[in-house]
Design a protein around this ligand. Sequence first.
Ligand SMILES: [Zn+2]
Length: 127
Amino acid sequence: MTFCTAINCMDGRVQIPVINYLRKRCGAKYVDSVTEAGPNGVLAGETNLAAIASIMDRVRISVHQHESRKIAVVGHHDCAGNPMGREFQDRQTRAAVKMVKSRFPECEVFGLWVDERWNVRELPAED
Ligand SMILES: [Zn+2]
């Protein structure tokens, strides 16, 4: 698989850790980055419909044109766009994963948390 997809924050501190993690995790050469400020909150909030449509349009290009089949939704420590704690953000990330999965059932979708040391951890899959 050459491409995978990150629905990531625009925060410069998380770009390289997430790309490095996903290249390994997905066996992908390239990581398509779809960025927003606090995308897990945007997707879980279901209020900013224009932003959600924009994210989905860009994910669709990654899936359809680049044949990505693995998509990560990212939350992180000290997020200016989503200044909530980890537990709350993880719940948002799980809701976002569900939503993205419903739009792209052909893909594996999973959540990531980037901690205060910029280490990337995968959220366990829900039953
Ligand atoms: Zn952020």
